[in-house]
Write a protein that binds this ligand. Structure first.
Ligand SMILES: Nc1ncnc2c1ncn2[C@@H]1O[C@H](COP(=O)(O)OP(=O)(O)OP(=O)(O)O)[C@@H](O)[C@H]1O
Length: 359
């Protein structure tokens, strides 16, 4: 028999003053899995988290931990008995307690009886030498580690993390994210992490829950969200995008880059053809002659450089096509800074193009 998910959320809804903030949200998180609730500010991520934690109450819907109901509209297990741990962006360490007692805080029994678990966790977050320090004596990164150890100490079945890295210096963040992820995986906790940063979700998540205006628009592995977005906005959430528009005729949409297949879309429908800047192919102009069309890249269109900028790891080149005056951005690794006005041929990698009916 397969075991139930560690956390299961079914059809959660919540309104404030008649305004729907969480709408029919359902998902599950398994043991050892990190799920990231990702979305723009105000889309309802923290409200969802607070309901699961038990500090806010849903209007409808149910929450299960290990297959056991912890909360619906008539039944409610109090927050402290849900086996759910919490970690917030301000870390909320107790300023009057040393590191060791902060970590021991949520454990049953006295400090001596918990010493083993506290020391083990502090060793794993590389904070053993700060056992007797107070929070104000620690850096932001060190406080984050203590907060993580404290949240994991009681071995919660589920750990909820609300923007846990946002208070940290950007240079430290990647390292701390990676360390945190390793520890979470070792502990095997089911983690629900709230973030508005797509890079963070891509880096941390086994499963991304992309939220917009209270709803989960798409859920799946980071690869799927990046490479098979459900709509233009989902595509745009993960990177800059280029958008071409066209109208369907006979299941095809004609563009300066050749025809795009739009099967099942009725004639006359306006569609958006979306491609990320790194998926344009650029070729030099050889006396007005462009590369031959290929099945992989379609037809080439002649364009002029409007502007080129060096961004560090890559260069961003802005183009305008001769036919149709379409503005397109391309990125290429390293330094590539053609002067404004340079004619070049552009192609769109067909396997990286998304076509959506325009809304
Ligand atoms: N107690 C409350 N009373 C009234 N409105 C609320 C309350 N809590 C949240 N809201 C509103 O609900 C919406 C969603 O808030 P929520 O904090 O869940 O968003 P979020 O996606 O976590 O955003 P952020 O990333 O900025 O924290 C917001 O418009 C917010 O103002």
């Amino acid at each position: 028999m397969t075991s139930p998910p560690r956390l299961e959320v079914q059809n959660l809804t919540r309104s404030f003053d008649g305004r729907s903030v969480v709408e029919d949200v359902s998902f599950s998180v398994s043991a050892g899995q990190v799920a990231c609730l990702l979305g723009p500010s105000g889309c309802g991520k923290s409200t969802t988290l607070r309901i699961i934690a038990g500090v806010d109450i849903q209007d409808s819907g149910s929450i299960f931990v290990d297959g056991r109901l912890v909360c619906d509209t008539v039944f409610r297990v109090p927050p402290e008995r849900r086996a759910i741990g919490l970690m917030f962006q301000d870390f909320a360490l107790f300023p009057h307690l040393p590191v060791s007692e902060n970590v021991a805080f949520g454990l049953k029994g006295n400090f001596q009886s918990n010493r083993g678990r506290v020391c083990e966790l502090l060793e794993r977050v590389h904070m053993t030498e700060h056992l007797d320090s107070y929070p104000h004596e620690l850096s932001g990164g060190e406080q984050q580690r203590v907060a993580l150890a404290r949240a994991l100490a009681p071995q919660p079945r589920v750990l909820l993390m609300d923007e846990p890295f946002s208070g940290l210096d950007e240079r430290l963040r990647d390292g701390i994210r990676d360390e945190t992820l390793s520890l979470l995986k070792e502990e095997g906790t089911a983690v629900l992490l709230v973030t508005h940063e797509p890079d963070e979700a891509m880096r941390m998540a086994d499963q991304i829950l992309l939220m917009r205006e209270g709803r989960i628009m798409q859920q799946g592995a980071p690869y799927n969200l990046y490479n098979a977005p459900v709509d233009r906005q989902a595509a745009a959430f993960f990177s800059d995008i280029n958008v071409l528009t066209g109208r369907v005729k006979g299941a095809l949409t004609a563009t300066p880059f050749g025809d795009f297949l739009t099967p099942g879309v009725p004639d006359g429908t306006e569609v958006e053809i979306v491609i990320r800047p790194q998926h344009l192919k650029i070729d030099f102009d050889r006396g007005g002659q462009g590369p031959a069309p290929t099945p992989e890249n379609g037809s080439a269109a002649l364009a002029r450089v409007s502007r080129a900028r060096y961004l560090g790891r890559e260069s961003l080149i802005e183009f305008t096509t001769d036919e149709g005056g379409i503005a397109l951005n391309a990125t290429v690794p390293g330094v590539f800074l053609p002067p404004a006005g340079t004619p070049m041929w552009l192609m769109l990698r067909r396997d990286r193009v998304f076509v959506f009916p325009r809304r």
